[in-house]
Design a protein around this ligand. Structure first.
Ligand SMILES: [Zn+2]
Length: 202
């Protein structure tokens, strides 16, 4: 490799740009074409790692930016340094988040230069159905980012009551949707939350 000529940039253009998004706040935008499977950006170029049972990790979870990695530690992004943690949610995401190792954003569907890189948050709430209104703008937008489980859902989910049946239908429709956008891992967090809520309610 020859040394760079004076006055010429010594590095190639960053593959993504962090700037204001029509969805919300700052977002991540492609500067090149990404193909399915390509790593788009690191989740948090600067980060702290806390043990999963560290009380500081639980406190940091309030930011909604922490990432549980390999069931062992929690990645806390340094928000002074932009990264994949800035990705907005979309009901029709073109990328996905992977939490193993240091965490990364990977392309799911072809992304063209200038397009916003979006992921699926997969948030599951309890008795808070309208917590996270969605402004992703996708034609298939579901209106809310979160999937909500009520105490009643948890009590009735296995019963033959109309509420039980309604929950199972809603859950099945959501499961079909998750499969259609390759996000079926969210079913695990729904099952885990439902299990914990059922245990709590007795
Ligand atoms: Zn949406």
């Amino acid at each position: 490799m020859s040394p760079p000529k004076p006055g010429k940039a010594r590095f190639s253009l960053a593959p993504v740009q962090f700037r204001d998004s029509p969805i919300e706040g700052r977002g991540v935008f492609a500067r090149k074409r990404f193909a399915p499977g390509d790593v788009v950006t690191a989740y948090a170029p600067q980060q702290r790692r806390l043990s999963i049972d560290d009380p500081a990790a639980t406190a940091a979870a309030d930011t909604k930016l922490t990432l549980v990695s390999e069931d062992a530690w929690v990645i806390v992004p340094d928000t002074q340094v932009p990264g994949g943690w800035l990705c907005n949610h979309s009901c029709s995401p073109n990328a996905a988040i992977y939490s193993d190792g240091a965490g990364r954003i990977q392309c799911l569907r072809a992304i063209n230069p200038g397009q916003e890189v979006t992921i699926f948050y997969g948030w599951v709430t309890l008795n808070d159905a309208t917590r996270d209104p969605c402004r992703c703008g996708a034609p298939s937008c579901r209106g809310f980012i979160n999937f909500d489980i009520t105490d009643d859902d948890a009590r009735q989910c296995e019963s033959d009551t109309p509420q039980g049946q309604a929950f199972r239908e809603r859950f099945q429709a959501y499961a079909d949707y998750l499969v259609s956008i390759s996000q079926e891992q969210v079913l695990d967090s729904i099952a885990a939350k439902l299990g914990r809520l059922r245990a709590k309610l007795g």
